[in-house]
Design a binder for this molecule. Structure first.
Ligand code: 1QQ
Length: 377
């Protein structure tokens, strides 16, 4: 196993208060610095996810370094993966071995986490997913955490509410075959449809990077499903929705977490109207904490936060709380504190982990209306 080199003093993980021979063992003894890596898609066709995540983290960083003055200073070092597994692995390796980070937040895609998570876990460095929604993320190992609501919770919630209300009886599916998240989301959609007794009229695929979906959607139009289930990232997903409406498909459309970004409205335009998704965060939620975050975000960036920004923001508060409890920038001590997280009240809801470190939380169902997502009624 790779050793830990970020000022680590005690590699044991007993869960007890960390013993340490560091110079700064307690909060009162002075400020300690914790360097955290941020691994996101900051370029390419899915960059809006990573940009939102970076904004959420930078806002939290500003707030936390102010409130934690004299106790803890957090630094974030960002790496861009472009959405590629190889880059995610290289970024994680670099941050751990060269930059000596105490933990990593990211990477953005589930596929990237499935590739790079094992590297961090081997190196006994906490890695915290904020947008990894597929099954099995936490099974990578005990250093792997996430606050992202799994699609196995979000998708059935969206499907049940929307399909029951509309009384749909038949379904068709379209998904990106070369993205782990999209494939896993499709499987959840298919399983949920079976459980709900919907008749499966057909399944069709495309690839991330495609721009022409007419062949697939022409077939779907002929099938005339009551509900069309779309599992994709925002760019291709939005183009699918747009083309579907252009071709006259007027089915109910339900999508997954990939649609939880305002780019959907830019790309699909009015065709987004009526699109249903589930999300753990809505900027419209009448809650003091949420509204304070939305205001601060708007003041800093001039736009409302999406769920990617919200879960990023929450993740740094979780890191800060756990680092303060650990009292030192030690990877093992931080891991143990993260594992203890219970009833954390974030802007994206309440968060606890089950015994497998899987997040327990609720999804709200939203519908696209006049260029934004509003609660589905
Ligand atoms: C995943 C996702 C994507 C939509 C993140 C951008 O939820 O990869 O799990």
């Amino acid at each position: 196993l790779v050793g830990c080199s970020s000022g680590a003093s005690n590699p044991s993980s007993t869960g007890a208060a960390p013993e340490t021979n560091n110079a700064a063992p307690t909060e009162s003894a002075g400020e300690f610095t914790a360097k955290i890596g941020g691994v996101f898609i900051l370029s390419g066709s899915s960059a809006a996810y990573g940009e939102a995540q970076k904004k959420g983290l930078d806002l939290a960083l500003e707030e936390l370094n102010e409130t934690n003055k004299g106790k803890l200073k957090i630094e974030i070092q960002y790496e861009d993966t472009g959405g590629k597994k190889e880059s995610a692995i290289n970024s994680v390796n670099k941050l751990i071995n060269q930059d000596n980070v105490v933990a990593i937040i990211g990477p953005t895609l589930s596929g990237e986490m499935l590739a790079a998570g094992p590297v961090a876990n081997e190196a006994e460095t906490p890695i915290f997913g904020i947008s990894n929604t597929v099954e099995g993320i936490n099974d990578i190992g005990e250093f792997v955490f996430r606050n992202s609501l799994p699609e196995s919770i979000a998708i059935p919630t969206a499907m049940k509410q929307a399909i029951e209300k509309k009384g749909s009886k038949t379904a068709a599916f379209i998904y990106a075959e070369n993205d782990d998240f999209s494939v896993s989301g499709f499987q959840t959609m298919k399983k949920t449809a079976e459980e709900m007794g919907l008749q499966n009229l057909g399944e069709t695929t495309f690839a991330i990077g495609d721009v022409d979906f007419s062949a697939q959607l022409t077939k779907i139009k002929q099938l005339n499903p009551d509900v069309l289930l779309v599992s994709a990232l925002y760019k291709e997903g939005s183009m699918v929705v747009k083309k579907a409406r252009e071709l006259g498909i007027n089915s109910l459309i339900v999508g997954g977490n990939g649609f939880n970004n305002p780019k959907v409205f830019e790309i699909a335009g009015p065709a987004a109207e009526g699109l249903i998704v589930a999300t753990p965060f809505s900027p419209e939620k009448q809650d003091e904490k949420v509204q304070k975050f939305v205001k601060a975000f708007e003041a800093k960036y001039g736009s409302k936060p999406d769920q990617f920004a919200a879960q990023a923001y929450d993740s740094l508060y979780i890191m800060s709380q756990s680092l303060l409890a650990a009292g030192t920038a030690d990877r093992n001590a931080l891991r143990d504190e993260l594992a203890k997280l219970k009833d954390f009240e974030g802007v994206s809801g309440k968060l606890s982990f089950d015994e497998g470190r899987n997040p327990i939380g609720d999804a709200v169902v939203v519908e696209a209306k006049d260029g934004k997502f509003v609660p589905f009624e």
